[in-house]
Design a protein around this ligand. Structure first.
Ligand code: 7TS
Length: 401
């Protein structure tokens, strides 16, 4: 059996999405900027796709959605654009973010620090959540931007975005949220939430890879990263990825349609999996379930290296992750586990399981069985678990952080 439980890394393209994209590869392949019929033939589909995106995230006509190549690009553009506009060419010098952002935010902030920007990395609590009041404490009159994710990719923790947006508004500071792990998993309404900018990425909600976006409230000016033409209203040059845009529009529409399913069915399967795993002694899951996206659980298996668990699961046909796939080649402790204050042993034993609307009950039953087998086998050969003092092991079984 093959079971894919790494949907926070990427998802399968929904066959309905692929069907809508197909004609835009070989039949309607003109450049939408061309004046001939081949070019203009794609316009209706592009308009429809954009309308679907506006509708899905609650954007208004006066807002912009700029299509990018991925959320990494959206996050880089956001941070570097603000650096250019408000720091290099303004009187600000400070950005507020968190310790648990995706590397596309953290690494860009580290680079900005090398350019002289002050960056505050806010800590999270033991549930992996940043508390809104800490944001207020660190904003100064030199702060150009607050950038805080809507939901965390490792733990699924949902952050208090509305409260943070309120604080930013009160302090007149721009607020960007990385919405990559929120779109398609929980309701996302940018207008209601009051955010100024939001990044997203199609391949996280059953759309194609290589296409993402940046929502920009009220068409706020932001220096372009890619110059060259008048594409995307001059905000981002490059010939439009027509099939990608069509696919992202359809995927967003479907993601909204399936939100209830996500909330009920995907959550029920995630909870079933989590309950069964937590029956094994000395396993810890991060964050209360009601403050998490319905598809994600990050567990820490005391005495078993995360990579060893992945190896055993992979041999059984199950795909999981020890952390962001982008960083999984280095065997450092999971930075999120470290940020929530887990001891280093726990931080090395994190396994992330992320479901999708295509995950079946049968797959979850099989995963439960194989997960238990893997823990048993690996603990039987783990010297660190065998010699662990009894008082470090729990007796009553699992606990939920
Ligand atoms: N932001 C968040 C919160 C993410 O989870 C990811 C990808 C990105 C940005 C980057 O998106 P992309 O469109 O550039 O691919 N996250 C993961 C992950 O958790 N495991 O692999 C990739």
């Amino acid at each position: 059996m093959k079971v894919y439980l790494d949907n926070n890394a990427t998802t399968m393209v929904d066959p309905e999405v692929k069907k809508e994209m197909d004609p835009y590869f070989t039949e309607i392949y003109g450049n939408p900027n061309s004046l001939h019929d081949f070019g203009t033939a794609c316009h209706p589909a592009l308009r429809k796709a954009m309308d679907r995106m506006y509708e899905a995230i609650g954007a208004r006509d006066e807002d912009d959605i700029v299509v990018t190549s991925c959320a990494t690009e959206s996050n880089n553009w956001m941070l570097k654009g603000i650096y250019y506009d408000l720091i290099q060419n303004g009187d600000k010098d400070h950005i507020v973010t968190t310790e648990v952002e995706h590397p596309s935010v953290i690494a860009t902030c580290r680079w900005l620090e090398e350019q002289g920007v002050r960056v505050t990395y806010l800590p999270v609590n033991s549930d992996g959540i940043v508390q809104a009041h800490t944001v207020r404490d660190f904003i100064t009159d030199k702060t150009a931007l607050v950038s805080i994710m809507w939901a965390n990719n490792e733990t699924g923790a949902i952050f208090p975005i509305e409260e943070i947006a309120e604080i930013c508004k009160e302090k007149s500071v721009l607020f960007h949220t990385d919405g990559v792990q929120a779109v398609g998993k929980i309701p996302v309404d940018v207008t209601h939430a009051g955010v100024d900018f939001m990044s997203f990425s199609a391949h996280k909600f059953h759309g194609p890879k290589g296409v993402g976006g940046l929502y920009i409230k009220d068409g706020h000016p932001l220096t372009s990263l890619l110059h060259g033409g008048e594409h995307m209203g001059g905000r981002r040059s490059g010939t439009l990825n027509v099939p990608g845009i069509v696919g992202m529009g359809k995927a967003m529409e479907l993601a909204t349609y399936y939100l209830k399913f996500e909330e009920q069915n995907v959550r029920r399967l995630r909870d079933k999996l989590e309950d069964a795993i937590l029956e094994i002694p000395d396993i810890y899951s991060v964050g209360p379930r009601e403050q998490r996206t319905p598809n994600t659980v990050l567990v820490s298996v005391r005495g078993v290296e995360g990579e060893a668990m992945l190896w055993d699961l992979n041999r059984a046909g199950i795909a999981a992750s020890t952390g962001s796939a982008c960083a999984s080649e280095d065997l450092e402790a999971n930075p999120i586990m470290s940020a929530i204050g887990a001891d280093s042993e726990l931080a090395h034993t994190a396994v992330r399981l992320s479901l999708s609307r295509f995950t079946t009950e049968e797959e979850i039953d099989y995963t439960i069985e194989q997960f238990k087998k893997a823990v048993e086998r690996l603990r039987s050969i783990s010297s660190s678990y065998a010699y662990m003092p009894e008082n470090m092991k729990t007796t009553e079984g699992a606990h939920n952080g």
